[in-house]
Design a protein. Structure first.
Length: 193
């Protein structure tokens, strides 16, 4: 449709004839300016788009951390697969064990995880029997590792250590140290709600 609009607009632009050029009408001038402005706007948009893409590709911290996260997550997922769990589940089990019984909100804050993702992961872990909810203490129901969850954590630890070694090798000593330092310096106020 856009091509037909352009050709229609172009047909309204006066063309020199061999005999005599007809005087431009106001509508012809407006259509000509609109078409030419559209070309300029399109070129400006292409230039702006290219600048944004170049800037993001070269400098975006989000893009880089997500790339690193996917690669590292795949390493740990591969290691955890024989144990029937994935790396986010293993990490969540460690957080729950560290907290010794905590509410969903406390677990989410400690893991910098938003509520819907945490709820989905906890539901799978509750169903698998790796965690359990204790009777309510006031308004919250603390979540703890079950006996099966504690055994799985210990059984999967060698696989985690192998993935950890591979990740350290991939990141290098400085990269691994920098990653740990940045993670350790994140303020609790940044935790998702």
């Amino acid at each position: 449709m856009q091509g037909s609009q352009r050709s229609h607009r172009l047909s309204r632009i006066p063309i020199k004839s061999s005999a005599m050029e007809r005087p431009r009408q106001p509508l012809d001038l407006v259509l000509h300016m609109h078409y030419m402005g559209g070309m300029s706007m399109n070129a400006d948009l292409q230039i702006a788009e290219a600048a944004v893409v170049t800037e993001v590709v070269n400098e975006c911290l989000l893009t880089r951390t997500r790339q690193i996260s996917r690669v590292i997550t795949n390493l740990y997922d591969h290691a955890m697969r024989p144990h029937g769990l994935n790396s986010p589940q293993f990490s969540l089990m460690v957080t729950i064990a560290k907290l010794h019984g905590a509410s969903r909100a406390e677990i989410g804050r400690a893991n910098y995880q938003e509520r819907s993702t945490l709820t989905r992961n906890l539901a799978l872990m509750l169903e698998a029997g790796w965690v359990e909810e204790l009777p309510a203490e006031g308004r919250s129901r603390p979540i703890v590792l079950s006996e099966a969850g504690r055994k799985l954590l210990v059984t999967a630890a060698p696989a985690w250590r192998a993935a950890q070694q591979e990740a350290r090798k991939l990141l290098g000593a400085e990269g691994a140290a920098a990653l740990i330092a940045v993670a350790d310096s994140l303020p609790p106020s940044l935790a998702a709600d």
